[in-house]
Design a protein around this ligand. Structure first.
Ligand code: K7E
Ligand code: CUA
Length: 649
């Protein structure tokens, strides 16, 4: 037991909070189950949301080792993301440059309901956005803003073949945005659900939106198998209140799961039964050939109104302020995780269809029929714990639900609803993740609990403690705690996938002959400096272990100097860095075959060093250079060179 381990090896640590560590972690040989020997690969990738860091942490499982932080919605000085001229447009929005967001739900692309390893999507919660990360390069390649939305939380869950990723607004907002009294919430505010089309090559665009009452749309999952063509969104605040929600939004005994027939929506769009409304939203795309992002501002969107589109949306009454909504691998069961209830409510897709056919409606809200609860409910998991939040599935017909208040994961049988096992988490678990656990073919084996609180689990680090995940072995009848590991940022959700679905497609560098950057330099012969008024363009190359050019003169105070740095390396894992003393910027980190641009505006005269930041060879420390900055009025000629070669203009 852990307690014994603590006594033997860490006598001073104890267990300050008085909780009992259970899980039998060292009772049998769990250490070897998470041990990945030096030089060996993990079996799974885990993509953990960074929460309010705005990024994605890539870990290996079972070791828990952090492999990379992928910058998505927040600038990242380590990689120059959001600092280089090429990546700044990725963070453009209708509000201008927004260098941060709160990212909750990574979602892998799927083919036939199985994770396929092409892309991972993630939502930006604060300034509504969805990003797409290309898993051949582990880079963010596209971000689309979601208009008419406020708090993109129920997002970006995918459909079975990644036809769409969805976005539901967490906050009701005035529609269209306008200056109104907040206490007119129920009249003036609306809740919008958005479907973002994903093309074969991954390109995203807002296909349509659905205008609904101003409930808070919390989470979503799309159907699969028989229920393919539908998406289910949880709601809370069906009371439509705007103040003291902790009380006001907990009045109704049941809120709803909104069931959206998106195939029907496609028909209505094809028939032209939509309103085209003005909406300003940014669409940012990174081009792998030009190594450059462009941002385009879009100006309209198609909106479907349920009262004009019968059969588009139904409400399924669900107790009690449901948080997660999860669809089992067969697509038949829709699990509502009522966070203020002790029970889990499971709806049946078959019963829902029958209730629709029989028009078993309780009432109608804003043109949306409310189905009768007893007609759609399949069963409930009773007294499993307190505060159910999220459910994932394994490959053996079992479901696993996180319970926030009682800090545990509960394993139960799909169909009989019987509780099979409980495992404590440390502490306050939010989402849980099983590789493929929200797909048609879960990969089983491991479960990761994403915990909100880590009190007493790790060495203290001041007032804020590390965020944490816990790994469980779920291959047997009983769950077994194997490992605690810290995460980069607060993990909300995560997704996992076996490494064999990603590794074969990973790129090792960008082929230099495919580089279409307008300021590329494809060899040292192309390296040069050009002046155009007070704009200076430096076409620079890097190769172990020098810059070309490495000495530049003729730069003047007040110039705008653009260093376009092309990394000529055509080998795996040889980025070069580029940093300039005093620049109001981060570094560049340029991959092999890539061109990236660094803007520098010298403010005073002098000779300024620059250098490579990434230890690239034994002579890395020699990889440096100088720029001479002269007064604005000087007539020092533009001059650059490397070694004996010098060009004067
Ligand atoms: Cu943390 Cu999915 Cu934003 Cu639940 S959410 S816990
Ligand atoms: Cu290039 Cu260090």
């Amino acid at each position: 037991m852990i307690a014994t381990f603590g006594l033997l090896f860490l006598p001073s640590c104890g267990n300050q909070a008085g909780q009992t560590n259970t899980g039998g972690a060292l009772g049998d040989d769990v250490a070897s189950q998470v041990y990945v020997a030096p030089g060996e690969y993990d079996e799974f990738y885990a993509f953990m949301s960074g929460g309010f860091s705005g990024q994605i942490g890539v870990h290996g499982l079972p070791s828990g080792r952090l492999l990379k932080v992928i910058p998505v919605f927040s600038t990242d000085g380590e990689k120059g993301y959001g600092f280089s001229e090429e990546t700044k447009p990725m963070l453009n929005t209708s509000h201008g440059f927004v260098p941060w967001d709160d990212a909750h739900h990574p979602e892998l692309s799927q083919t036939n309901g199985e994770t396929d390893g092409r892309w991972i999507f993630i939502n930006g919660n604060n300034t509504p956005r969805i990003a797409r990360i290309d898993l051949s390069v582990f880079e963010t390649v596209e971000i689309i803003e979601i208009p008419n939305s406020g708090g993109n939380h129920s997002s970006p869950f995918t459909t079975e073949n990644t036809e769409y990723v969805v976005a539901g607004t967490r906050f009701g907002v005035p529609y269209p945005q306008k200056d109104v009294a907040i206490n007119t919430y129920a009249e003036n505010f609306k809740g919008m659900l958005t479907y973002v089309k994903v093309e074969e090559d991954g390109a995203m665009d807002v296909a349509f939106q659905i205008l609904l009452p101003a409930f808070d749309y919390d989470l979503a999952h799309s159907g699969k198998g028989n229920s393919h063509g539908w998406t289910f969104f949880t709601t809370y605040n069906t009371e439509e209140k705007s103040t003291l929600l902790e009380v006001a939004a907990s009045q109704n005994d049941k809120d709803f799961i909104a069931a959206v027939n998106w195939k029907k929506a496609e028909e209505y769009i094809a028939q032209g039964k939509y309103q085209e409304v003005p909406a300003k939203y940014a669409h940012n795309v990174y081009d792998e050939k030009t190594h450059m992002a462009t941002s385009t501002m879009k100006d309209k969107v198609k909106v479907l109104i349920p009262s004009e589109c019968p059969g588009l949306v139904y409400f399924l009454p669900t107790p009690k302020s449901p948080h997660g909504v999860d669809v089992d691998p067969t697509g038949e069961y829709i699990v509502g995780n009522g966070k203020l209830s002790a029970d889990l409510t499971v709806h049946s897709f078959t019963k829902m269809k029958a209730a629709i056919d029989n028009q078993s409606f309780e009432t109608e809200i804003a043109g949306v029929p409310v189905l009768k609860f007893e007609e759609v409910v399949a069963g409930s998991v009773k007294d499993a714990g307190l505060g159910p939040l999220h459910t994932e599935f394994d490959d053996k017909g079992n479901a696993y639900t996180s319970f926030f208040i009682t800090s545990e994961v509960v394993k139960w049988k799909v169909g009989t609803w019987e509780v099979l096992d409980k495992a404590s988490t440390f502490y306050s678990v939010g989402h849980i993740m099983i590789p493929g656990g929200d797909s048609k073919k879960p990969q089983g084996k491991y479960l990761v609990a994403l915990n909100k609180i880590t009190k007493d689990r790790y060495l203290p680090t001041g007032p804020e403690l590390c965020h944490s995940a816990q790994l469980y072995d779920i291959s047997g009848d009983k769950m077994k705690l194997l490992l605690d590991f810290p995460t980069a940022g607060e993990p909300h959700y995560a997704q996992g996938i076996s490494a064999d679905r990603i590794v074969p497609n990973v790129k090792k560098f960008y082929p230099i002959e495919e580089n279409e950057h307008p300021y590329r330099a494809l060899g040292e012969k192309d390296a040069r400096v050009e002046r155009n008024g007070n704009e200076v363009h430096v076409y620079m190359t890097t190769i172990r272990s020098h810059f070309a050019p490495d000495n530049i003169e003729g730069i003047k105070v007040g110039d705008k100097v653009y260093f376009h740095v092309t990394n000529l390396e055509q080998d795996w894992d040889v980025p070069h860095g580029f940093a300039v003393m005093g620049a109001n910027n981060a570094e560049l980190l340029i991959m092999g075959g890539q061109t990236e641009t660094f803007l520098w505006e010298p403010k005073s005269v002098g000779v300024i060093p620059f250098y490579c930041t990434d230890f690239c060879s034994a002579l890395h420390q020699e990889m440096q250079g100088y720029i001479r900055v002269s007064p604005r009025s000087s007539n020092i000629a533009l001059k650059w060179g490397l070694g004996e070669e010098e060009v004067v203009q």
